[in-house]
Ligand binder design. Structure first.
Ligand SMILES: Cc1cc2nc3c(=O)[nH]c(=O)nc-3n(C[C@H](O)[C@H](O)[C@H](O)COP(=O)(O)OP(=O)(O)OC[C@H]3O[C@@H](n4cnc5c(N)ncnc54)[C@H](O)[C@@H]3O)c2cc1C
Ligand code: SF4
Length: 465
């Protein structure tokens, strides 16, 4: 990787708290972007494009950067992915477009993500509007949840002339882009600018409305021609071990959300932090704790390195931040007198594969020990929305392992009026922002075909030059 594409070197002792929470990768300068764009071979049948779940025309947008047409480049990106600025920052590009780039063989794939960020930031910072609300077609759609799946579906439907209302239970829209993705990968402003772009297409985003409590699913289904459910997943589940209610035990998602919404110097953190889990939330919480100033951060995971759900580059990033990993270790009790003083753990061994196909961890007898810590962060995944599932079942919606079951070519549920997408349907494999965006697009296309008839979706909505 060329020197100027490396992340800013992290020297905590030289940086203020605010500087430590700046984006890890600096924006590309015009010169660097042009040089990088000119390295692209503009492949015919470009494999990078196939590897992108939203099928952005990558060679075309890069060519436009190479020829100085940055605005046109942004339009090419946003035509396929309205949340292109977020995806440019959070996509696991090593596993997707950059991993498929023909130059990957020389270990120098094109920096597609950073070029995408360069083009989309250019357009968003200048408030350039590429699309307009489509000619009204008289149909109404309600969307439950304003994360990437809901926003993508809303934007695509608005371009097609639908009257769209998005209901979001949080104070701010954006889902995990706003509250969950660590601030030094995606600042909250990027997510909120995308929400504004969707609202500018005429979408009515109603925040602070919990569907199922403040308004019923019955009402939404009755008063709309279609409903798209994109509620993601829920809170971090309990660990079900003694002592987990002691002061000093924190929820990983809440901890991350604090750093996105509160002044950094007001966030409480421990000197010695134990993080339980080894997925997205755990890695993010661990790196945040380090950057806030925690002296020792131990990630505790009951399986081995090979079974971690976090991507390898995230693991390497955490190691580089000084985070330690304790594999094959299962917490069994939070210990302390009135507040957290340690985490009692037991060593594990790997047995035969379980339902997930991974080798099941088995406790090693008499191997208990204490990890000293003054803060425990639980980050062992997210709960499913069982109440919503039970309610949707009364409308004939089916489930797979607690997730909403959909036909993946349309994202339609067993009830033809109800569609769903994003994390709440992803019962197998990895979940990511870009997959949620694509689900929203697929559902918008299917809703359009069902209610209006087949039409040209890709270039729907008038393009502003
Ligand atoms: C800590 C963390 C870090 C991650 N990092 C990355 C990353 O770097 N790259 C990547 O690609 N992916 C990452 N992911 C995964 C990615 O964030 C998700 O796959 C993506 O956000 C899913 O989008 P969604 O729209 O389905 O759900 P969400 O983003 O969860 O949005 C769902 C929305 O629905 C709302 N909602 C729920 N119930 C109701 C209701 N009853 N009424 C109204 N609103 C409701 C919620 O408040 C929320 O705003 C990360 C996930 C986590 C947890
Ligand atoms: S595969 Fe690589 S070189 Fe080919 S078009 Fe895509 S980014 Fe350019």
């Amino acid at each position: 990787m060329a020197e100027h594409y490396k992340p800013v070197k992290y020297k905590a002792w030289e940086m203020s708290l605010e500087e430590r929470f700046q984006e890890v990768y600096p924006p590309l300068s015009e010169r660097d972007a042009t040089v990088e764009a000119n390295r692209c071979l503009f492949c015919y049948d470009a494999p990078c494009m196939d590897a992108c779940p939203t099928h952005i025309d990558i060679p075309t947008f890069i060519k436009k950067i190479a020829t100085g047409n940055v605005k046109g480049s942004a339009r090419t990106i946003l035509e396929s992915n309205l949340l292109g600025a977020t995806c440019a920052r959070v996509c696991p590009v090593q596993e997707l477009c950059e991993g498929a780039c023909v130059l990957e063989h020389d270990h120098k794939p094109i920096a597609i993500g950073r070029l995408q960020r360069y083009a989309t930031d250019y357009a968003i910072e200048r408030n350039i509007k590429f699309f307009e609300k489509g000619k009204p077609n008289g149909k109404k759609v309600a969307i439950v949840g304003a994360g990437p799946a809901g926003l993508s579906c809303a934007g695509e439907l608005a371009k097609l002339g639908f009257d769209v209302t998005v209901y979001e239970r949080q104070k701010l829209a954006g889902g995990l882009d706003t509250y969950g993705i660590v601030v030094f990968r995606e600042p909250i402003e990027v997510s909120l600018r995308e929400v504004k772009m969707i609202e500018d297409l005429g979408v009515n985003v109603k925040t602070g409305v919990n569907v199922g409590k403040d308004i019923t699913f019955e009402e939404l289904i009755e008063k709309n021609d279609a409903v798209f459910v994109s509620i993601g997943l829920g809170d971090v589940p309990n660990m079900e071990i003694p002592g987990e209610n002691l002061p000093g035990v924190h929820d990983g998602l809440e901890f991350i959300a604090e750093t996105k919404t509160q002044p950094l110097n007001t966030i409480k953190f421990g000197k010695r932090v134990a993080i339980i889990g080894a997925g997205n939330t755990a890695i993010d919480a661990a790196t945040i704790a380090r950057r806030l100033g925690a002296e020792r951060v131990n990630m505790i995971y009951r399986r081995s390195e090979a079974e971690m759900t976090a991507y390898h580059f995230e693991y390497e990033f955490a190691l580089g931040e000084g985070v330690s990993f304790m594999f094959l270790t299962q917490p069994i009790e939070v210990v302390g007198n009135g507040r957290v003083e340690g985490l009692k753990c037991i060593r594990m061994d790997l047995g035969t594969p379980d339902q997930s196909g991974r080798r099941a961890p088995v406790p090693v007898p008499n191997s208990e020990f204490i990890v000293e810590c003054d803060m425990v962060i639980k980050a062992i995944g997210q709960k499913k929305h069982t109440n919503v599932m039970q309610k949707l079942a009364t409308f004939g919606v089916q489930e797979t392992k607690g997730y909403i079951a959909v036909d993946t070519t349309t994202n339609r549920t067993a009830n033809p009026k109800i569609f769903a997408g994003g994390d709440c349907v992803r019962s197998i494999g990895e979940a990511s922002t870009v997959m949620a965006v694509q689900d929203g697009k697929i559902a918008a296309r299917a809703i359009h075909e069902q209610l209006v008839g087949k039409g040209e979706l890709a270039h729907a909505g008038k393009c502003c030059k």
